[in-house]
Design a protein. Sequence first.
Length: 57
Amino acid sequence: MPNIVIALVSALLGSITTGVIQHYLTRAARAEARENHRRDREVEAVTAFAASAAGHR
């Protein structure tokens, strides 16, 4: 009987641990994608500004 309880608790802890790790990895991936998108928008803005400034020379 104790072996069954230990096996059940181990399986539950394993699935909880896997879920937590997956959650944090997903959050990290979303944060990285958001940062890349922000950086791309900033580069586009600077490029548009430089093109506009060069056109007014």
